[in-house]
Design a protein around this ligand. Structure first.
Ligand SMILES: C[S@@+](CC[C@H](N)C(=O)[O-])C[C@H]1O[C@@H](n2cnc3c(N)ncnc32)[C@H](O)[C@@H]1O
Length: 293
């Protein structure tokens, strides 16, 4: 699969679940609140700044950042799926946030000028880039000198049973790996050392990776599966093509897998994000120091 066709496959998968993300937007923001806080701390927004949110889905991070940059600042909230951007815009309008500008943008090729943002934020989206190296260079390009990026991706599959176990069950039932080879997946950037190197090699400085743990609470294995069907972009096409009986078999596998996480209030499934904070240097490599006068 070429990178161009892989990219369009991924984008369509996410378009297919835009409705699920719309319905669950507040619940997702609640679950990811610690990650959002870590991202926002990583960029420390100030009044008057311009901040870009990439792969925003319903825009949970932009909603937290917009009040901090105030009316003299601006938050561009963006996603490759126009329905996601529209929902983010609606949620900002409902909160009377007049400094949020929606835009359809692909994080693999960011259609914004060089050095046009003070900070770039992204919650659980970078791992879906078709070309992560290029995406990280693109983020650096749109940052001003000294600008800050703060980006969360999911950690290792084994430490994210809320999603890893579903992918294991689908893989076991279908008899081939999920996601298929050649497509980026939710755990594509799950290795802390390689994640750090991705940013260091792209010329960022002060690169720090921290772990941020959370919990997905769902009422039952059925609710867990229904949520996955509605929201898991990379699985959406596979799930809609399942033969009769296969979905039931996956459901039964999930019931077994869920047993260790059952509590009296439902399933408590751990999740782990890796949050990268990284800065674009003031000076490019091999660039002469600017005359201070
Ligand atoms: C797991 S969701 C996270 C959404 C949101 N950031 C949140 O935390 O609620 C991944 C998002 O990445 C978006 N996405 C996938 N590939 C993308 C790309 N190449 N450029 C921009 N957005 C992309 C999807 O449309 C989806 O909204």
């Amino acid at each position: 699969m070429t990178s161009v066709s892989a990219a369009s496959v991924i984008h369509e998968m996410w378009r297919a679940v835009a409705g699920g993300w719309t319905s669950a937007a507040d619940e997702v923001d609640e679950r990811a609140s610690a990650v959002t806080e870590a991202i926002i701390q990583g960029v420390a927004p100030r009044p008057g700044q311009r901040i870009l949110e990439l792969a925003s889905g319903p825009g949970g991070v932009a909603l937290g950042v917009a009040p901090l940059v105030g009316p003299s600042g601006e938050v561009v909230v963006s996603d490759v799926v126009d329905e996601m951007v529209a929902v983010a815009a609606e949620r900002a309008a409902a909160r009377q946030l007049t400094n949020v500008r929606p835009k359809v943008l692909d994080l693999d090729a960011i259609d914004e000028p060089d050095e046009s943002f003070d900070a770039v934020v992204c919650r659980e989206g970078l791992m879906f880039a078709s070309q992560p190296v290029q995406a990280v260079h693109e983020i650096r390009r749109v940052l001003r000198r000294g600008g800050q990026a703060s980006i969360a991706v999911w950690g290792p599959r084994s430490r994210n049973p809320w999603l890893g176990l579903v992918m294991d069950a689908v893989t076991a039932e279908l008899g081939h790996p999920v996601p298929p080879p050649g497509l980026p997946g939710p755990f594509a950037l799950d290795d802390e050392r390689r994640l750090r190197a991705l940013f260091v090699d792209a010329g960022y400085v002060d690169v720090e990776v921290t772990e941020c743990a959370g919990t997905l609470v769902v009422a039952s294995p059925d609710a867990w599966w229904a949520r996955t069907v509605a929201m898991a972009g990379p699985l959406s096409v596979l799930i809609s093509g399942l033969a009769p009986g296969q979905a039931g078999a996956i459901r039964r596998r999930l019931e077994d897998a869920a047993a260790p996480y059952a509590t009296v209030t439902g399933l408590r499934l751990p999740d782990l994000a890796l949050v990268v904070a990284a800065r674009r240097p003031q000076r490019e490599p091999r660039e002469p120091e600017r005359d201070p006068r």
